[in-house]
Design a protein around this ligand. Structure first.
Ligand SMILES: Cc1ncc(COP(=O)(O)O)c(C=O)c1O
Length: 397
């Protein structure tokens, strides 16, 4: 007998992650060079792993305060001051979350009432759309393709003139999927534009802040602290995706509301991970430095090779992605191109359409992969683009 259970209507249009489905599909093809997932290929630094073992030995295995342990809150406050020159009070302005993902979900659930709109510059990290929908909100996309994936103040004003009931905007720099980021001037201009709309909650996903290659990351918190929730975490900077450590940094009255969602969803973040994270953000404050240098080398090799092959790339000065325009004359949409590349040349990339309609015509290549893998990918993509296949064809159709 079929069940009579009804579900939350907001979930009806939410699909599973296209990237993960595609990745699972592509994994079935043997000898694949996988450039699909946003997962650092480094191990978590040894000193952090040792602290997790120490936490177990010390029996730090009980609930912690919902907000996070005082030591971790102090360390993350210090980290934000040292790195990005923004002051957040560890007692009132910081919340420890299960990765940046929970930080995003809790923040958006805290601000959205049914039917409220949230601006999302597009292409965008896929979770933004589904979280807004889950919360009963309506995503409004701002196409950034024509401006080399840089959000412009004029586009914010246009969107605010065209739409009512806009309660928030999700920013993401350095950006996934484009790798584009803002320097101080650009960040300030965006902050100035947003300040005109004090009703907007600015949710700024800065999870890739430690991976900026020329210049330094500037947080929106520097210019627009009063209406912003800055989201960060250790998944990327410290190669700690599985540990699930993220944060929201926001004024006390906003943090208080996000905290209600967090408390009811998860109570607190894993106590062992929090203990180790405290040392990641203090002793390991510069752990990302050697990774950044390695990513930079890979990015340069990969960008040069792809450009020579006819791909156009907006300068990826951050994160670890290249968003490449499929050369003219390919006659395939991004999904067809990615599938064909996987089948014919055994290189797995993500079609741009996975990041919204504005991503059509592009593919995302992650360089969180070894130089050896990147060189293999270059050789295979080159063979594919020149019309031949460099090695045995896959049997997968
Ligand atoms: C832009 C962006 N935000 C958030 C996340 C999620 O981070 P976390 O693993 O800390 O939840 C990712 C992961 O790929 C991301 O690319």
């Amino acid at each position: 007998m079929s069940s009579h259970i009804t579900f939350n209507k907001n979930l009806a249009n939410i699909e599973g992650s296209l990237i993960r489905t595609l990745d699972a599909e592509m994994q079935k093809i043997p000898d694949m060079v996988r450039l699909t997932l946003g997962q650092p290929d480094f191990n978590t630094p040894r000193h952090i792993k040792n602290r997790a073992i120490e936490a177990l030995e010390k029996n730090l295995t009980t609930y912690t305060p919902s907000q996070g342990t005082p030591d971790l809150l102090n360390a993350s406050s210090h980290f934000m001051k040292e790195k990005y020159d923004v002051t957040y009070d560890p007692n009132t302005d910081i919340l420890t979350t299960n990765g940046a993902t929970e930080a995003l979900t809790a923040s958006l659930l805290a601000i959205i009432n049914p039917g409220d709109k949230v601006l999302i510059p597009s292409p965008f990290f896929t979770l933004y759309e589904s979280i807004v929908e889950m919360a009963g909100g309506v995503p409004v996309f701002i196409d950034t393709v024509k401006t080399e994936f840089m959000l412009k103040p004029e586009s914010i004003h246009e969107a605010m003139t065209e739409h009512d009931n806009v309660v928030g905007i999700v920013l993401n720099f350095p950006n996934n999927p484009t790798g584009v980021t803002w320097m101080e001037d650009e960040c300030k201009q965006i902050a100035d534009a947003l300040r005109k709309y004090p009703q907007l909650c600015v949710i700024s996903d800065e999870i890739y802040s430690e991976f900026v290659y020329t210049g330094k990351h500037v947080s929106i918190g520097r210019f627009l602290k009063d209406q912003s929730v800055v989201i960060n975490g250790l998944s990327k900077s410290h190669a700690m995706t599985g540990w699930r450590i993220g944060f929201t940094f926001a004024p006390a009255h906003i943090t208080r509301e996000i905290m209600k969602v967090h408390q009811n969803m998860v109570t607190n973040v894993n106590s062992i991970a929090q203990y180790a994270a405290t040392f990641a953000m203090s002793d390991g404050i510069d752990d990302a430095d050697p990774m950044r240098e390695e990513y930079r080398t890979r990015r340069d090799i990969f960008c040069n090779a792809l450009t020579e092959l006819g791909f156009k790339i907006a300068e990826p000065n951050g994160a670890f992605y290249i968003f490449a325009k499929i050369p003219d004359g390919s006659n395939q949409d991004s999904m067809a191109f990615a599938l064909d590349l996987a089948k014919q040349a055994q290189v797995a990339v993500v079609p741009g359409i996975a990041f919204g309609a504005a991503g059509e015509g592009y593919i995302r290549l992650s360089y969180a992969a070894s130089i050896e893998m990147i060189e293999k990918a270059i050789e295979r993509i080159s063979g594919y683009m020149k019309g031949g296949v460099t090695h045995e064809q896959s049997s997968i159709q």
